[in-house]
Write a protein that binds this ligand. Structure first.
Ligand code: SAH
Ligand code: SF4
Length: 341
């Protein structure tokens, strides 16, 4: 018989699991705290349970079914994990810390591979393999906490995969993380390439999470050359969905804009972006392109980045430039492949 994975159970489920062992709900709470709040690495770590009870529990349960297949640490402190699930498939999860901030941000994956296949992204090159289950998503956060002994404070769904094409499992994971790992919705961001019907569906849930939209182009013609998804869900329709999201949730959207040298980084592009966004409640996050071998794209120069930022700021938007993290270990945005090579 396969052992039960404790890392996927809520308090009631742990209770149900241990009742046949004659254990009280107080024991269930202890186990729950070890798994989610104290990041125990094994059942034997649960030292306030008797040795004989731990032995019984070990026979029917395990603390996790995933393993760290590889771990790389960047010069800037970013850690990239390659996590292997029970069926042998792997995804990458990145832990980012920023000097002088107490935040620990986990960048989690939602799918193995991705079917959207954007030109600039390493994940897309692999094609789509499968969706992650909600517990496989949660396991990524738990893996980081177990390995570092630290508490993750912020979560961004910006690893591999298109979260809105696995929305049910992503929402289940968010709900679980919110209640059991005590990370508030306000500290969770979901990034999408623009799956319009799912943006509307998410709006109707009226959550407190932040929606981030990968725009990456000033107009439909350029967007089509970078993102095939523009053929299915055009910028015109996207705009209506973004406004709907603003109206229903009252929340500001984060617009992600990848700056690629000579493709979408010039002042005329910035003006077009400003015009497109003028009636959308949003902040803009500029992402200087991180090199991915086979694409041929280049990072823009600093001067063009600053001009682009200025134009958007003058249009009244709050603009930030995304700090590059972990590029020396291919952990920066768009560089995740989910493979050992
Ligand atoms: N699939 C979702 C979330 C994962 S990607 C999405 O596309 O939004 C997270 C962000 O990294 C997206 O904005 C994505 O477009 C961006 N990205 C992809 N490749 C990149 C690269 N080579 N350099 C910088 N950012 C990249
Ligand atoms: Fe998929 Fe996002 Fe990469 Fe596009 S950028 S291929 S949607 S992971």
């Amino acid at each position: 018989m396969d052992k039960i994975n404790l890392s996927a159970l809520n308090l009631d489920e742990i209770n149900d699991l241990i009742k046949p062992l004659g254990a009280s709900s107080f024991r269930a709470r202890q186990i729950f705290n070890w798994v989610y709040l104290k990041s125990a690495k094994s059942i034997d770590d649960m030292t306030d349970l008797s040795k004989s009870f731990r032995d019984e529990l070990n026979k029917i349960a395990t603390i996790t079914t995933s393993t760290i297949k590889r771990k790389q640490t960047s010069k800037d402190g970013t850690i990239k994990y390659l996590i292997e699930y029970a069926d042998g498939e792997c995804v990458e999860t990145v832990l980012m810390r920023f000097d002088n901030r107490a935040n620990l941000t986990a960048c989690v994956s939602s799918q193995v591979g991705c079917c959207v296949n954007c030109k600039f992204c390493a994940t897309g090159k692999r094609g789509f393999i499968r969706n992650l289950t909600s517990s496989e998503i949660i396991e990524q956060v738990l893996t980081i906490q177990r390995d570092t002994g630290l508490k993750v404070t912020n979560i961004v769904f910006m690893g591999q995969g298109e979260p809105l094409l696995n929305l049910d499992n992503v929402l289940k994971a968010i709900d679980f993380i919110n209640t059991n790992l005590v990370v508030s919705q306000r500290r969770i961001t979901v990034s999408t390439s623009g799956i319009i019907p799912k943006i509307r569906e998410l709006a109707d849930k009226n959550l407190q999470i932040t929606l981030a939209l990968s725009l990456h182009a000033p107009n439909s013609t350029i967007r089509k050359t970078l993102m095939q998804i523009e053929n299915r869900y055009s910028m015109d329709e996207l705009k209506k969905a973004l406004k709907y999201y603003n109206d229903v949730t009252g929340r500001r959207i984060t617009i992600e804009y990848l700056l690629i040298k000579d493709i979408n980084d010039k002042t005329e592009h910035a003006k077009e972006v400003a015009q497109y966004l003028h009636d959308i409640k949003c902040n803009v996050n500029l992402i200087p392109y991180n090199p991915v071998d086979e694409t041929g794209f280049k990072r823009p120069n600093g001067d063009d980045i600053m001009k682009f930022k200025c134009i958007l700021e003058h249009s009244g938007k709050k603009v930030t430039i995304r700090l590059e993290r972990g590029a020396d270990i291919d952990a920066a945005c768009g560089q995740l492949r989910g493979k050992v090579v």
